[in-house]
Design a protein around this ligand. Structure first.
Ligand SMILES: [Ca+2]
Ligand SMILES: [Ca+2]
Ligand SMILES: [Ca+2]
Length: 220
């Protein structure tokens, strides 16, 4: 079937290009040619992806390396964390009373995929990564963790503390050689890992969706 198609394509090519007919009829050489073309395309795509990743690393790096020292320090890494946290806080604090209530906190992400089996997704991701994926605390437990003064609300200071801790952890994780600064290579490696992991998670979530659709059918 495939060979037939290729031979036909070969004839079409030979007609269009005035190639010698003997060559066009040879499915084998057409097959080789098709393989080469396909391989070239894959290489092109990989090169394109690689180029895009490099460009992205370059962009992120330059935006964060504000003093142009060719490394990112923790101070630089955290330089716009307050600004970012303010924006996020405002988005979650929908009644604008400068406090995040449990209800507001639970509303975050409640629309994304609560119908899927999280344990199954976690097992799938762990399997693909070949390492343990820790179970995330449920949202109510998380709320209590962030609300360190236990007044039943998350205020901005509590919110900023969490964001800063998380970003600091990420910094140390990305700073693979632990010298207190992130190089372009370390950033590129982290971005690559992040991207791979995101791809795996996406596929595992899609598998879960598909499984439940298969089991239950699409109609409600
Ligand atoms: Ca509020
Ligand atoms: Ca509080
Ligand atoms: Ca480093």
């Amino acid at each position: 079937m495939k060979l037939g198609k290729l031979a036909l394509a070969g004839i079409a090519l030979s007609l269009a290009g005035g190639m010698n007919v003997e060559y066009a009829y040879s499915a084998e050489s057409e097959n080789d040619r098709a393989t080469h073309v396909a391989a070239d395309r894959v290489t092109d795509r990989a090169r394109h992806r690689h180029g895009k990743l490099r460009l992205k690393v370059y962009r992120i790096f330059n935006a964060l390396d504000t003093d142009g020292s060719d490394t990112i320090t923790l101070d630089e890494w955290l330089s716009n964390i307050t600004q970012k946290a303010e924006k996020q806080f405002d988005r979650i604090d929908t009644d604008d009373d400068q406090l995040i209530s449990l209800e507001e906190f639970l509303a975050v992400g409640s629309d994304r995929g609560d119908d899927i089996d999280r344990d199954a997704v976690r097992a799938c991701v762990a399997d693909a990564l070949g390492q343990d994926v820790p179970e995330r605390p449920d949202r109510e437990t998380r709320f209590d963790e962030i609300d360190t003064n236990d007044d039943g609300y998350i205020d901005f200071d509590e919110f900023l503390d969490v964001k800063t801790d998380k970003a600091t952890d990420r910094f140390h994780h990305i700073d693979a050689d632990g010298d207190g600064a992130i190089t372009k290579q370390e950033l590129a490696q982290a971005l690559k890992q992040h991207r791979e992991r995101r791809g795996i998670v996406r596929e595992c979530v899609a598998d879960q969706r598909e499984t439940s659709q298969l089991m239950e059918g699409d109609d409600v």
